[in-house]
Design a protein around this ligand. Structure first.
Ligand SMILES: *[C@@H]1O[C@H](CO)[C@@H](O)[C@H](O)[C@H]1NC(C)=O
Ligand SMILES: *[C@@H]1O[C@H](CO)[C@@H](O)[C@H](O)[C@H]1NC(C)=O
Ligand SMILES: *[C@@H]1O[C@H](CO)[C@@H](O)[C@H](O)[C@H]1NC(C)=O
Ligand SMILES: *[C@@H]1O[C@H](CO)[C@@H](O)[C@H](O)[C@H]1NC(C)=O
Ligand SMILES: *[C@@H]1O[C@H](CO)[C@@H](O)[C@H](O)[C@H]1NC(C)=O
Ligand SMILES: *[C@@H]1O[C@H](CO)[C@@H](O)[C@H](O)[C@H]1NC(C)=O
Length: 392
């Protein structure tokens, strides 16, 4: 995977250092020139101060023009408060020039202080991982309608893909800076962590759910929100599978850091709370081990989170998933539902099926909030069922 120029790769660093040094040198040159000019132009101490400050301001802008301006609207001519609380806490434009290394570091920052200096309404971050189109978009738009204060959307696509949505859609302007993904490789895990990291930059995001283009909600927004926000646990599926599809994918070269008894498997489609998300983007050591030793037929997206969380943060996890999927047909891929398969009975059975699931210290009849996999043809029949069955 070395040919992919990922942020975590070492060789970029000396190059960056050189750039930084050049920047500092040119800055110093401008600065010294400024002092000399200032001295020549005026003998008055006050005007000397002023010209220095102006030069400082302009040269500072010149240094930063290479990265997109995110802490202001670019057409705004007025002086900019780049350290404003608003842009720090709630980045409104997801475009940025950070490398993964820089992004993950920023996303790992956790406030020490318990009280917030603002009214914090917890939000759910809906993170869509897709190659491109979102065929079930109208269903999701209906689901989100009227709940703008309580969610944020993030979309990771193939680089270069432009999601074509109207400016009134909650998906408008929600694509994050994305990189190439190879299904089954560690690049998929990297895309998941990139989504988490971008979503962590918004300090109001409290829960983080990973979804694909074939996922649907089976409850309305209010139910989903309350279920997630009031849960004391994350929903990252984690189980010990003794077969060759579980323990069989463990690589002994991960010793002494990971033992086979710690090895877990689970669905890629996770949901987790903020604290857990910060731990996930903060890890480097275990990511490196998986990158090196979890290669097909080992899949990092099925083993990294379950194993890492089991090893260090097990008490924060419910070990089950809130995303329903149908494995009943057997084979390596779950069943895909098309228009002909969509019935009220199907959706009802996903919503409740007589089984109770653990929730906080008790149980709940609601085990799943989302379901997959549904293809584009399922959209119309699903839209037909929302008000009667899903209650939105
Ligand atoms: C985006 O969608 C609109 C409306 O569906 C369509 O008219 C337009 O051609 C699309 N633009 C691109 C670049 O696909
Ligand atoms: C975000 O910023 C980028 C670069 O500064 C700009 O091109 C883009 O239009 C902005 N997006 C939105 C939704 O404002
Ligand atoms: C999930 O598994 C961990 C061990 O990884 C355990 O500590 C935790 O209690 C389990 N969670 C629940 C809700 O049973
Ligand atoms: C969907 O319906 C078709 C036609 O009845 C059937 O062959 C297929 O197995 C169904 N798919 C699922 C996942 O139930
Ligand atoms: C109901 O869902 C649970 C959890 O997914 C599953 O284990 C169980 O087999 C299902 N029961 C029926 C009757 O479909
Ligand atoms: C929508 O539901 C109605 C009533 O159940 C049904 O008659 C109609 O065919 C459905 N339309 C679609 C596109 O599924």
């Amino acid at each position: 995977m070395a040919r992919h120029n990922r942020g975590e790769d070492g060789p970029e660093i000396p190059h960056l250092g050189l750039l930084k040094m050049l920047q500092v040198l040119s800055f110093l040159l401008v600065f010294v020139a400024g002092i000399i000019l200032g001295l020549l132009a005026s003998t008055h101490v006050n005007s000397l101060f002023n010209s220095q400050r102006d030069l400082f301001f302009t040269s500072n802008i010149a240094v930063t023009t290479t990265s997109p301006c995110n802490c202001k609207s670019c057409d705004d001519e007025s002086k900019v408060d780049c350290l404003s609380m608003k842009t720090f806490l709630h980045p409104h434009n997801l475009t940025h020039g950070m490398s993964d290394r820089e992004l993950f570091w920023r996303a790992s920052l956790v406030p020490k202080k318990e009280e917030y200096p603002f009214v914090r309404v917890p939000k759910v971050a809906f993170m869509f991982l897709t190659r491109g189109p979102l065929p079930l978009l109208p269903l999701w738009e209906r689901f989100f309608k009227g709940h703008g204060k309580y969610f944020s959307i993030y979309v990771h696509t193939d680089p270069g893909y432009v999601l074509n949505v109207s400016s009134g859609s909650p998906f408008y302007g929600r694509q994050i800076p994305s990189k190439h993904v190879e299904w089954g490789s560690v690049l998929l895990l990297d895309a998941e962590r990139r989504l988490l990291a971008n979503a962590l930059l918004e300090f109001s995001n409290e829960r983080f759910i990973l979804l694909s283009e074939s996922c649907i909600p089976v409850y309305n927004f209010k139910t989903v929100y309350n279920y997630l926000v009031h849960s004391g646990h994350g929903f990252v599926e984690a189980y010990d599978d003794p077969s060759r599809y579980g323990r069989g994918r463990y690589n002994r070269r991960m010793l002494p850091y990971i033992w086979v008894r710690q090895w877990r498997k689970g669905s890629q489609w996770f949901e987790m709370q903020r604290a857990l998300a910060a731990y996930v983007v903060s890890d480097t050591k275990y990511h490196k081990l998986f990158k090196k030793y979890c290669t097909p037929a080992c899949y990092p997206d099925e083993h990294f989170l379950p194993t890492f969380i089991n090893m260090f943060h097990g008490s924060m996890n419910s070990n089950r998933t809130v995303t329903w999927v149908d494995w009943s047909l057997g084979g390596p891929h779950p069943a895909t539902y098309s228009a002909v398969n969509i019935t009220e009975g199907l959706i009802q059975s996903i919503r409740m099926n007589q089984t109770l699931c653990s929730y906080n210290s008790g149980v709940t009849p609601i085990c799943h909030l989302f379901a997959r996999k549904f293809d584009a043809s399922a959209l119309q029949p699903l839209l037909n069922l929302t008000s009667r069955v899903m209650e939105f």
